[in-house]
Design a protein around this ligand. Structure first.
Ligand code: ARG
Ligand code: ZN
Length: 467
């Protein structure tokens, strides 16, 4: 289409095409404005993500008072149009919006469920960088998932537990909420003095005045929106570095210090162990946020600093840190690819257990929660490569996913297997990839046809017996 447009302009001579709105018959060089898609087309979450633009950066500047649960926020979103746009959507379930501008022009907008619908004027042309500023204030949302668990902005007794996999971040920040549109993030969070706001990335500054402390957190590597956090509470903060030189920032609720001591002590060693197996740690810093949110009941691999809703065990810490390579740096292309996150992190957990002197990976593979499950168990009846939104965080992607990797290791041998894991991290660093991409890489690195192998493990129901 670009070539045809260029030819048409040459044929028409040096006249500049008039900038008219809409498709212009007989004038193929003119912009063809249309609405960006209201969805990225991921069937697990049909409202998630949007088309027509690519976000570069999110900046959120806000205050939050746990006593009132009230947030007062300004979000500035910088994006590039990928088509000529007369309308685009963001995903937002947050509080009332008081104003919205595009490139400094105030705009009317509408909201429909999680869709925030913007009609920019002037309209936006392909390749144009634009800035959306959204001001909003009120109580951010708690989102309930298909499996019944809660996420988003979850108030705690001393702040808020903030986690967004798979669809919680629009509870408090307007986003293009899909792992295929990564961006850098900066959070400027003002909270009552004595509390700490802990975000992804590096702490740029921390200043207290008039009874409020403002924390500025900077994520310099691209991040999927579901991995964002700015968790607030009363925290004991410890800063160290790993033997490999990565800065570590750990924030622990005082009530979780004793129960998390062993996991926290081993964090630097885990980062170094995984670096030796998976390749260089993909981010500028690491750490953890160990909170108390009893109604949540899970941990999440929020980028650079996994967040825990209760005391962190050694194996959960290993799982969340392994996700920094598999999940955070290499994110799933579609949510049905979730085994690429959970199977890999679970396998890494098995590896760390073995490294730490516990059960061998082979023993764990054969245990009663894994391959030792009876063939009649309903566990085997879910297709790993498409578990569905209700089962995406069930034992299927975790345990069957890890078993698939161990079976692959047996098939291709240790050298090839670990080369596949390292190449997977290196080739897709700070990006996203699909199950088909993984199969292609495994075949390339092993030189084997693995279609039948992956068919049995990923695409068929039933307990694999031969592969
Ligand atoms: N990815 C997280 C983990 O395995 C689990 C997230 C669960 N989220 C949920 N909404 N159920 O560490
Ligand atoms: Zn996980």
């Amino acid at each position: 289409a670009a070539t045809m447009a260029a030819v048409a302009l040459v044929a028409a001579g040096p006249l500049v095409a008039p900038q008219v709105a809409g498709a212009a018959p007989g004038n193929p060089g003119a912009p063809r404005y249309s609405a960006g898609a209201a969805s990225i087309g991921d069937p697990y979450f049909p409202d998630a993500g949007n088309g027509g633009y690519d976000v570069q950066h999110y900046d959120l500047d806000f205050s939050y008072d746990p006593a009132t649960r009230f947030m007062d926020a300004t979000a500035t979103i910088t994006a590039v149009a990928t088509q000529d746009l007369d309308r685009f959507n963001l995903d937002f379930r947050g509080p009332e919006i008081s104003s919205l501008t595009v490139n400094g022009h105030p705009h009317a907008f509408t909201r429909d469920g999680q869709e925030l619908i913007v009609t920019p004027r002037p309209k936006l042309k392909t390749g144009q960088t634009f800035t959306v500023v959204v001001r909003y204030a009120g109580v951010p949302a708690v989102v309930t998932d298909p499996d019944g668990s809660i996420e988003g902005w979850v108030p705690t007794d001393d702040g808020a537990f903030v986690a967004g996999e798979p669809q919680g971040t629009p509870a408090w920040l307007p986003t293009n909420d899909h792992p295929t549109d990564k961006a850098t993030f900066r959070f400027t969070a003002k909270v009552p003095e004595g509390l700490t706001a802990v975000g992804n990335g590096q702490l740029l500054s921390q200043r207290t005045s008039d009874g409020w402390t403002t924390f500025v957190w900077d994520s310099t590597e691209p991040m999927a929106s579901y991995l964002a956090t700015i968790t607030i509470g009363n925290f004991v903060v410890t800063e160290t570095t790993t033997a490999g030189g990565i800065p570590v920032y750990v924030a622990v609720d005082p009530r979780q210090v004793a129960g998390s001591a062993s996991a926290v002590a081993q964090l630097p060693k885990m980062i170094d162990f995984f670096s030796s197996k998976f390749g260089p740690y993909p981010f500028a810093s690491t750490g953890a946020i160990i909170d108390r949110a009893p109604n949540v009941g899970y941990a999440l691999e929020t980028q650079t600093k996994p967040v825990f809703s209760g005391a962190a065990s050694v194996s959960t810490m290993a799982h969340e840190l392994a996700h920094q390579w598999y999940g955070d740096s290499v994110s799933p292309e579609r949510w049905s690819d979730i085994w690429l996150n959970e199977g890999f992190a679970t396998y890494a957990q098995w590896m760390y257990t073995e490294y730490n002197g516990g059960a061998s990976v082979t023993q764990t593979f054969n245990s009663s929660s894994n391959y030792g499950r009876a063939a009649s168990s309903s566990f085997w009846q879910t297709v790993l490569a498409d578990p569905g939104p209700v089962d995406m965080f069930s034992s299927i992607p975790y345990n069957r996913g890890a078993m698939t990797l161990h079976a692959l290791r047996g098939k291709v041998g240790d050298d090839t297997f670990f080369r596949i894991l390292r190449e997977w991290a290196a080739n897709n660093r700070h990006g996203h990839a699909s199950t088909a991409d993984f199969i292609a890489l495994a075949e390339k690195e092993s030189g084997q046809h693995l279609g039948a192998f992956f068919d049995v493990w990923l695409f068929q129901q039933g307990k694999p017996t031969t592969w």
